[in-house]
Design a protein. Structure first.
Length: 206
């Protein structure tokens, strides 16, 4: 009977201790949310970690890349349940690991980590302001088609002008010929009159 009573007492004590210790264990601080989340498509300039209860100012956070290199943090501030870390240089594309270590309000330490992936999409190409002109379009623009008819018209004008000049020349030549013929005829008449006059004069004198 004494052994059974002793065993029962031990069991009761263990149950009481577990009931007393359970609230204390469950009261330890734990991470509730993060800003940004585990996947982002923009550069990350700061991290904000929120816990279920207030934490001590000595709490801190570290961030490492895939090569294990720690990313410089310019400032870490703790206010109530929130811890904020500001980076010296925003996080670019890559996979990172965020590790936090805190001291809860009751003095119990806690730690943990979570992955962070930064994937910034490539910028879309900007359309050019003026569309490129194809060589065929340039040739069609630089060589106007109306130039040939204009040249032809000018050539026609010059060709038609030549006969007019030749016609005028022939008219002048013909007029010059007529004048010379009249002059010769007049000279011949004067010569005949002079001969006739000399003959008549000789007859009178004889």
């Amino acid at each position: 009977m004494n052994k059974n009573i002793l065993k029962s007492s031990v069991i009761i004590v263990c149950l009481m201790l577990s009931l007393l210790l359970a609230p204390a264990v469950s009261a330890h601080s734990k991470l509730v949310s993060t800003t940004p989340g585990s996947k982002v498509d923009t550069e990350v300039a700061r991290l904000t970690l929120t816990f279920n209860e207030a934490i001590e100012p000595v709490s801190h956070v570290t961030v490492t890349n895939e090569a294990g290199e720690e990313q410089p943090i310019q400032e870490t501030t703790v206010k109530g349940k929130t811890m904020t870390a500001v980076f010296e240089t925003p996080l670019q594309n890559g996979a990172y690991t965020v590790r936090w270590k805190i001291i809860s309000a009751d003095g119990h330490p806690a730690s943990g980590d979570y992955p962070l992936e930064v994937k910034i999409p490539d910028p879309s190409p900007t359309p050019s302001a003026s569309p490129s002109v194809q060589p065929s379009e340039q040739s069609s623009k630089t060589t106007p088609t109306p130039s040939a008819p204009v040249a032809t018209a000018q050539t026609g004008q010059s060709a038609s002008a030549t006969p007019e000049i030749s016609t005028q020349t022939s008219d002048e030549e013909s007029s010059t010929t007529d004048v010379s013929q009249w002059l010769l005829a007049g000279a011949a008449i004067v010569l005949v009159i002079a001969v006739v006059a000399s003959i008549v004069k000789r007859r009178k004198t004889s």
